[in-house]
Design a protein around this ligand. Structure first.
Ligand code: ZN
Length: 203
């Protein structure tokens, strides 16, 4: 399986990093080795002094598809989840400045937290889902999928022009504002609406 991530999909997050608003979705990949194993802590890698949390809504693909029209995109997923796109911001800044790919900053081992899944049928409207991240019991990020620049079905249409989507692939749909540095002993807990979908400790 593969993980397809979307960058710069929420206006306020684009502004906090002083990035330009993209004309098309920003896309990058994480390999399956980036997934943080269940019940394991997240270890801050020794090549970064500034690892940020980015909480994101996830979509799990349930059938194979290419050139999927957004009208039919809803047939390609049944489950919605929540995760963290851990980012070595210092390393990413260096790579960005040189115009180099971001993988070393975003695709290292453990950089993808994947929480529990929820059937999409439990939501009245997947384009109006509230989600949040608590760090040490304080809400640090809060978002709603209605604020995405590109909605889930539009992302599937866009991504599948470039990459065949396969069963089990996961889409990280971008982070809202409030990204920030993690430190050893931080506890990160993610919620969709009131439901807790992951809880991890930073080491
Ligand atoms: Zn992200």
């Amino acid at each position: 399986m593969k993980i397809i991530c979307i960058g710069r999909n929420y206006t306020e997050h684009i502004e906090e990093l002083e990035n330009e608003k993209p004309e098309e979705p920003v896309v990058f990949l994480k390999p399956d080795t980036a997934i943080l194993l269940k019940r394991q802590p997240f270890f801050i890698p020794d090549f970064s002094e500034d690892v940020h949390h980015e909480v994101e809504v996830l979509v799990k693909i349930n059938r194979i598809g290419k050139y999927i029209d957004k009208k039919f995109a809803h047939k390609y997923y049944d489950e919605i989840g929540l995760g963290i796109d851990f980012t070595a911001r210092d390393l990413q800044a260096k790579l960005k400045a040189k115009g180099l790919p971001w993988e070393k900053a975003k695709s290292f081992d453990g950089a993808a937290v994947v929480g529990q899944w929820i059937s999409k049928n439990e939501f009245e409207n997947i384009n109006d889902i509230t989600f949040s991240l608590k760090k040490n019991n304080t809400i640090v990020q809060k978002g709603n999928t209605s604020h995405m620049l590109w909605k889930i079905d539009e992302l599937i249409e866009y991504i599948s022009k470039y990459f065949t989507l396969k069963i089990g692939d996961i889409i990280f749909t971008g982070t809202p504002a409030g990204v920030g540095k993690v430190q050893a002993n931080d506890k990160l807990v993610g919620f969709i609406e009131e439901r807790q979908l992951f809880s991890i400790t930073v080491k």
